[in-house]
Write a protein that binds this ligand. Structure first.
Ligand code: SF4
Length: 368
């Protein structure tokens, strides 16, 4: 495999790169060395993913080597690294300007983690495939949504992503997901930590070991491959739509649960028992229903132009609107807490078979 020296970093590439690939890799390395953001563009079919992977991983290796060297230098009481071969090696690695782009000499930093984000599942599989063609074998952790990674039969068979989220949380909280329970003991398993696994491999391995994935979103280098939709995605991630149908669903779902709860509470009173398995009471459900009704009224009061073109308000207006239903920065966590308890109860108990949660789930997501 050819090794190239780019900005002082030894980059191993699976074949002799084209000039444009060399330029691309040099720019990637420059961003990493200068710890700056970069937006890189290159025509389709020019091997961007491969260049990104090789350049980033090569830089990472040189960063780690430099850190180790500095650590050795500090503990070098015999002066081996200040003369002869040791000095040459040290200078070569340090390469005058510091190939890794470090700052203070002697500072030992955490190994940088590379977070590589692609737009779709299949692009991620392709990236892993390309990584397999290189000589780099970093420890890899695949991040995906529950839809792709959940291996719990009951949870993964749910059609609705929100339902999956609530079921998963309830199972993990009650230690009823065996895969999650096995997580800690498998964390050091070589099969997981040393192979290059794409999402399918990971799901298969998880099923074999009855283990789920402990994923932490922390890292130092973030790469968005195919990032042309990032702006739109960011906008969408902080936007929501909430229709009159959604609000009506919230009212309906809360009313049905309230009815059921009042029934159970009255039976409990009558027979002096406590058959209720919920950690909320009817008074709280009344409050929640009142909140939705006030919100509905407040929305109805908004004057719309006759032509039906709708109106646009400044972003902060949403707080004013929610404030009318007494939902403020000080109170919304209480409402959210109650919503989570209700949704979790309905998702995980037989009562949920008769009462939907789609409206409540949507409202809870919006509040979050
Ligand atoms: S913790 Fe269990 S239920 Fe949750 S996503 Fe993982 S496997 Fe599925």
């Amino acid at each position: 495999m050819p090794t190239l020296k780019i900005r002082g970093v030894d980059v191993e590439f699976p074949f002799v790169p084209y000039a444009c690939q060399q330029v691309y890799m040099a720019k990637v390395i420059q961003c990493l060395q200068e710890k700056t953001n970069g937006i890189l563009e290159s025509p389709t079919g020019t091997g961007k993913t491969l260049c990104l992977l090789c350049a980033t991983l090569a830089w990472r290796q040189s960063f780690i080597a430099d850190q180790q060297l500095q650590s050795l230098r500090r503990s070098d009481t015999d002066g081996v690294f200040n003369s002869g071969f040791g000095k040459d090696l040290s200078e070569d690695l340090y390469n005058g300007h510091g190939a890794w782009g470090g700052s203070d000499e002697g500072m030992l930093m955490e190994k940088p983690r590379i977070i590589y984000a692609s737009r779709t599942h299949s692009q991620l599989s392709q990236a892993i495939q390309q990584l397999k063609d290189t000589s780099y074998r970093p420890k890899v952790c695949i991040l995906g949504s529950r839809e792709q990674l959940c291996i719990h039969t009951e949870v993964s068979s749910q059609q609705n992503n929100n339902t999956m989220v609530y079921m998963c949380r309830a199972k993990v909280g009650a230690r009823m997901c065996n895969f999650h329970n096995h997580l800690d003991e498998k964390k050091s398993d070589k099969e997981f930590t040393e192979g290059l696994l794409d999402i399918e491999d990971l799901v298969k391995l998880g099923q074999k070991h009855k283990r789920a994935h402990g994923i932490e979103l922390k890292g130092h280098v973030l790469i968005f491959d195919e990032a042309h939709n990032v702006e739109k995605m960011c906008e969408e991630s902080v936007s929501f739509d909430f229709t009159s149908y959604d609000l009506a669903s919230c009212i309906d779902e809360t009313s049905k649960l309230l009815e059921k709860n009042v029934e159970v509470e009255s039976l409990n009173q009558q027979f002096n028992t406590d058959s209720s398995a919920v950690d909320f009471d009817s008074a709280e459900l009344y409050q929640l229903k009142a909140l939705f009704l006030i919100l509905e009224e407040a929305i109805d009061e908004i004057q719309l132009p006759l032509q039906g073109s709708g109106i646009t308000k400044p972003g902060g207006y949403i707080y004013e609107l929610l404030g009318k239903a007494k939902l403020t920065f000080d109170t919304y966590t209480q409402a959210l807490d109650l919503l989570e308890k209700i949704i979790s109860h309905l998702t995980n108990s037989p009562t949920g078979m008769f009462i939907k949660t789609s409206g409540l789930q949507k409202f809870s997501d919006i509040l979050k």
